[in-house]
Ligand binder design. Structure first.
Ligand code: UDP
Ligand code: MG
Length: 211
């Protein structure tokens, strides 16, 4: 439930005039690199709210929204949904949350996503957590996870890998050039990867406390 003050802070158009209010970490990595799994762990230990762009898009399909069919077709093809749609969903989810710390998982997927998010929300991410994993390992995970997703088939997986290399890696490189990328070897077992993730969040938190 938002208070009157919250409502005022959000502005008449639902925009975020006070963008500094939100702390955002982008969680990026190829399909099957473990973003969702590790985000659940981070939420538990560090009090963030997890926003998976893919989950928000899938919920939008289920809700019977007018964009539903378009989103469904793009996901089936491994294509990137127009920024306008995804940014709106993310922005709404942040506004509706009582938290001010968000893990945004699986977004931005291309330069256009990145620019649209920064322009619309005014938010610059604290840092980017990059799960680095081989396609061989990611393919194995995707084909064995059985989440009933119609994009976890070998044909769509290949397309998603291509989109990741062509469109998403440049975003990671962009943030790398700004010194904002924390890269993790994500090919290891879940517990080992989380140990590395934990070290990063602990270090960042300590820096904040010390100032
Ligand atoms: N997707 C998108 N924009 C986003 C996030 C996801 O267009 O910001 C679409 C895209 O088609 C992608 C699919 O949703 O292939 C699944 O994304 P998700 O992040 O759920 O899958 P993951 O890459 O984590 O396996
Ligand atoms: Mg995911």
């Amino acid at each position: 439930m938002g208070t009157v003050v919250d409502a005022a802070n959000k502005g008449v158009n639902g925009s975020l005039p006070n963008e500094k209010k939100f702390k955002v970490v982008f969680v990026l990595g190829g399909p099957g690199s473990g973003k969702g799994t590790q985000c659940a762990n981070i939420v538990e230990h560090f009090g963030f709210t997890h926003l998976s762009a893919g989950d928000l898009l899938r919920a939008e399909i289920k809700s019977g929204s007018e964009n539903g069919t378009m989103i469904q077709n793009m996901i089936k093809e491994g294509k990137i949904v127009p920024s306008e749609v995804t940014v709106k969903l993310l922005q709404r989810a942040m506004q509706e949350s009582d938290n001010d710390k968000f893990l945004i998982d699986g977004f931005p997927r291309n330069e256009e996503n990145r620019a649209a998010f920064e322009n619309v929300t005014g938010i610059v991410p604290e840092f980017v957590l990059f799960f680095d994993c081989s396609e061989e390992e990611m393919e194995k995970r995707l084909l064995s996870r059985n989440q009933g997703r119609d994009d976890d088939n070998i044909e769509t997986i290949k397309k998603r890998f291509n989109v990741f290399v062509e469109s998403s890696l440049p975003v990671i490189e962009y943030y790398g050039s700004k010194g904002k990328v924390q890269k993790i070897d994500a090919c290891k077992p879940v517990e080992e990867v989380f140990a590395a993730v934990k070290a990063i969040f602990t270090q960042v938190h300590e820096k904040e406390v010390v100032g």
